[in-house]
Design a protein around this ligand. Structure first.
Ligand SMILES: Nc1ncnc2c1ncn2[C@@H]1O[C@H](COP(=O)(O)OP(=O)(O)OP(=O)(O)O)[C@@H](O)[C@H]1O
Ligand SMILES: [Mg+2]
Length: 288
């Protein structure tokens, strides 16, 4: 068995989702390379969670397609796992049993192998000594670690993350970001992270994608070396640039929609911008 490439190649083509009369996604085009880390940002209600549910196969698209490694996918796939803002642990099962739930649907292993895999990933998230505890006695951050362990125990090739760190305090969040980056580098899965936090996007992602008006409005590579140093000037500058570009795009779209409400006009102009956020941009010397 070869180790690489472990991550899945994801391709979204003309993905649309309409709920009753509400057009939420209106033609998402996106390609994610195996092992790439993509962050998705966008206003509340723009369809980010819907997009994740479509990719996971939980919900069918109205039209368009999702391809995993070049094959059309329209159902749940055991290579794909999801993690949410709430840990969603079963309160009546121990930490270790909760993690083993992540192996349900996988090839039948002996009980001993299941335990071994669960213990391994529990150690990877730094909670070996909490295996027998109930979820109720863990802190919020520890519960999210268990939730991450459950998502990763089956060695998924695509990890979908719906604001998994949004409810954590700032320090715990930074710790979890570092853990997530470490496990992503170790396992090589493709990561698809929804976040409201520009700093989190810049800390973790290879690319930041803005969803707006149901489409990909910006697709910006982040070229900072890893591990990314939050305090340094280049990092701060990159976060500022990202926020600036998102706000700029917001303003542009207000003007555009007042000029033309015609869908076909929007297709005629390139909606994806691809300008890199680089180290040492115009006004940054790179270091303090
Ligand atoms: N099952 C559903 N039935 C009807 N409408 C839905 C359904 N799921 C989502 N929507 C609608 O689709 C829109 C997008 O919802 P979604 O949860 O994807 O937004 P989001 O970008 O994740 O927002 P947030 O940042 O607040 O989490 C919302 O207006 C929501 O009401
Ligand atoms: Mg959401």
């Amino acid at each position: 068995m070869t180790a690489a490439p472990h991550g899945i190649h994801l391709r979204l083509k003309g993905l649309r989702k309409v709920f009753q009369t509400q057009k939420v996604l209106q033609g998402i085009e996106l390609e994610v390379s195996p092992g790439e880390f993509v962050a998705i940002v966008g206003q509340s209600g723009c369809g980010k969670s819907t997009l994740l549910r479509l990719i996971s196969g939980l919900v069918p698209p109205t039209s368009g397609s999702i391809e995993l490694d070049g094959e059309r996918s329209d159902q749940l796939n055991s290579d794909v796992r999801m993690m949410f803002q709430e840990p969603r642990l079963l309160p009546w099962q121990s930490v270790l049993d909760n993690i083993e739930l992540g192996l349900v649907g996988q090839r039948a292993d002996s009980l001993g192998i299941l335990r071994h895999k669960a213990r391994q990933v529990l150690a990877a998230v730094g909670l070996s000594d909490r295996a027998k505890d109930w979820p109720a006695v863990l802190s919020g951050g520890q519960r999210q670690r268990v939730s991450l362990a459950r998502a990763l125990v089956s060695k998924p090739r695509l990890l979908l993350l719906d604001e998994p760190l949004g409810a954590l305090d700032a320090l715990t969040r930074v710790e979890m970001q570092q853990l997530l980056e470490h496990l992503w580098q170790a396992q090589g899965f493709t990561a698809f992270l929804i976040t409201h936090d520009a700093e989190e996007a810049v800390a973790l992602a290879d690319r930041v994608v803005l969803i707006q008006n149901g489409r990909v409005a910006l697709d910006i590579p982040v070229k900072l070396p890893r591990p990314r140093q939050r305090g340094n000037a280049a990092f701060v500058k990159t976060v500022e640039t990202l926020i600036h570009r998102i706000l700029e795009k917001d303003n542009q779209s207000e003007v555009k929609s007042s000029v033309s409400l015609d869908d076909s006009a929007a297709y005629a102009v390139p909606v994806v911008e691809d300008t890199e956020i680089m180290l040492g941009g115009a006004s940054s010397s790179g270091h303090h």
